[in-house]
Ligand binder design. Structure first.
Ligand SMILES: Cc1cc2nc3c(=O)[nH]c(=O)nc-3n(C[C@H](O)[C@H](O)[C@H](O)COP(=O)(O)OP(=O)(O)OC[C@H]3O[C@@H](n4cnc5c(N)ncnc54)[C@H](O)[C@@H]3O)c2cc1C
Length: 451
């Protein structure tokens, strides 16, 4: 039994991009918010793979809006600018945001502080306690031992959904056979001659990689090299080293995959220097502290988003964020890395709030990569801008629920969508006349298909 106790209105578990969005949105609505993060840094995958672009931020070339737009603008107006929009070099991806990782991290902590969020780093949520269909408290621990947080509302943004699963929310793992996407360890090459390195059109450097693999100097899963310009001149972000078949909820497996990944990164850095033009004077830096995990549990919500919804470019009445990312599937079992288009060019779909709400528990929501989605939809929805906005939606929904004493299942969806639109989230199913912030923005009203 935990001797230390804390009370809060909203407990956000996990400080990745989803948790960041959830905590700020709830705190800006006047709620007491505790953000619990197991590591010493917020960002989640963004912190594990530092420098990774915010992908798919511009469905149909209009920014997703809301917190990701606010964060980007804060960085972009700095002197010198710390973020910019650019085209993505990968097939079927729209424009992305590239940024200075350290300045972005500082700014995200600033935004949490300004919103009054109680950020608790180095603390892990272990076990929920329920009375009936409501979570009453969550047992946690930090280096000083166990403590208990009593919360009116819990938002699970942990990427893996341990607490939701322990609270009884059904879930699935990976694809229909349980195969999860590969995990990835990233690094930078510093001191690259960009003009020489990116002189050829192939974004995957396959001609070079082929030689490396054939001669046994590169692992066979390095047939395509995902190398892209970093934010700073002469830096190259290397998002190429994937380790298959790792259960991201098993810390021992994650540790072993990280060490295997480090070996392959070192091998790749050596190869780049010796074989690829422009890299001969470069060195490896910012190696991930741990592998980035793409996929573990997908929780069961009131609505499960499907690949068919994406293909039909469905705009849900309770859609809370727009997306046009491709089906970004990464080496499940023996599969390849593919980026097939999810929808026709020039179309987008929205992610419904109901995919963030469990069927039974009345004061729990989830956001980010644990949302309720089938494996095809999951491969598209999981970009950081979308995760941050899912978080923003749940933080806002928490405020609506607590204000009116409602269960999360009863949050009025039109009021939620309206509130998000007022917070600047674009392309939601609200009449454009109700969008004072969008006058003259060029963002079109959304035709809604009811599902
Ligand atoms: C290798 C890789 C490359 C990617 N490339 C891109 C890209 O280029 N662009 C893009 O936009 N997206 C990319 N993605 C997808 C995107 O990064 C993720 O889908 C997104 O960051 C997930 O955010 P999240 O907040 O849901 O979860 P996470 O980022 O996983 O964050 C979860 C957080 O919860 C914490 N946590 C977990 N359990 C607990 C607990 N019990 N108690 C306390 N804290 C806990 C974790 O420490 C972590 O900080 C990539 C993902 C990976 C893995």
């Amino acid at each position: 039994m935990a001797a230390r106790r804390e009370q809060t209105d909203v407990l956000v578990i996990g400080g990745g991009t989803a948790g960041f969005g959830a905590a700020i949105a709830a705190a800006r609505h006047g709620l007491r918010v505790t953000l619990l993060e197991a590591t010493t840094k917020i960002g989640g995958v963004m912190a594990y793979c530092p420098g990774m672009p915010w992908g798919g931020a511009y469905p149909m070339d209009a920014i997703v809006g809301g917190l990701i737009e606010e964060l980007t603008n804060r960085l972009a107006v700095m002197d010198p600018p710390a973020a910019e929009k650019r085209p993505c070099t990968l097939q079927h991806f729209g424009p992305e945001i590239i940024y200075d990782h350290d300045v972005a991290m500082l700014t995200m902590f600033d935004m949490l502080e300004e919103a009054g969020v109680h950020v608790r780093l180095g603390a892990i949520a272990l076990e929920p306690a329920l009375t009936g269909n409501a979570i009453t408290s969550v047992d946690c621990c930090d280096r000083n031992g166990p403590f208990r947080i009593e919360a009116k509302m819990v938002i699970d943004c942990s990427g893996d959904g341990d607490i939701s699963a322990k609270a009884g929310v059904p879930f699935s793992v990976g694809d229909a056979s349980g195969n999860m996407m590969a995990v990835t360890i990233s690094f930078f090459m510093i001191g690259v001659d960009w003009d020489r390195a990116f002189a050829e059109p192939d974004p995957y450097f396959q001609q070079y990689a082929k030689t490396g693999v054939a001669e046994g100097r590169l692992h066979k899963d390095l047939a395509k090299l995902y190398l892209m310009r970093g934010f700073h001149e002469g830096t190259v972000f290397c998002n190429s080293v994937h380790v298959r078949g790792v259960d991201g909820t098993d810390p021992v497996a994650v540790g072993a995959a990280t060490q295997e990944g480090r070996r392959r990164c070192h091998q790749l850095a050596t190869f780049l220097r010796s074989d690829v033009p422009g890299f001969n004077k470069a060195h490896m830096s910012m190696l991930s502290p741990t592998v980035g995990v793409r996929e573990t549990r997908k929780l069961q919500g009131i609505y499960r988003l499907t690949g068919d919804d994406l293909a039909r470019a469905t705009k849900f009445p309770d859609g809370i964020v727009a997306c046009d990312n491709p089906i970004d599937d990464v080496m499940r079992a023996e599969g390849d890395m593919t980026h097939d288009a999810a929808i026709e060019a020039g179309q987008f779909y929205t992610i419904p709030f109901r995919s963030l709400v469990p069927e039974r528990i009345t004061n729990l929501m989830f956001a980010g990569r644990i949302l309720s989605a089938d494996p095809v939809a999951f491969a598209s929805v999981r970009g950081m801008p979308q995760c941050m906005t899912m978080g923003q939606a749940t933080g806002t929904a928490a405020a609506l629920a607590l204000r009116d004493g409602l269960s999360v299942q009863d949050v009025p969806r039109d009021a939620l969508v309206q509130s998000l639109a007022n917070q600047g989230v674009n392309r939601l199913a609200v009449p454009v006349t109700q969008r004072p912030d969008q006058a003259g923005s060029g963002v079109d009203p959304v035709p809604v298909s009811f599902c």
